[in-house]
Design a protein around this ligand. Sequence first.
Ligand code: NI
Length: 176
Amino acid sequence: MSILQMRIFGDPILTTKAQTVTTFDADLARLTDDMFDTMYAAPGVGLAAPQVGVSKRLFTFDDGETSGVLANADITWHSEEKQLGEEGCLSLPGLYLPVERSMQVRVTAQTLDGEEAHLEGEGLLARIFQHEIDHTNGILFIDRLTPEYRREAMKALREVELGLRAAPAPKPTQAL
Ligand code: NI
């Protein structure tokens, strides 16, 4: 069990579509253990493998009620109803902006044993599923912002990069 190094915005692995998980073995279980350690240490409520430098379609999650790990997850249905809420990302430290997501989603995925799994998420869990599945497709939450918030995000990222502002402390319940 160990804490893995977090890849930060600018690392090309974060904008690359990850590889399908095809081998469900002890190495995958070990990676998952390390991802849980890394997610809880951050702290965060979700973590995708590309965020720790592994280009695999795999993520861990824990919304406080439900926790788990999913491989090769796809959204098969999303509600028309939306939710607007502040979202952050462990790979974009200090950046929290409102993102519109579907209120409910259904997901088809595989467990660590390679068994097919069907899950439904609502509210925060639905937000986590959408955020992490985006990660496995090389999409970041800043790609989901309105143009106005996206400008704000890019300005903040530039300022952090230039050292004009320090990255604020993480908000534990909202970083994914
Ligand atoms: Ni993220």
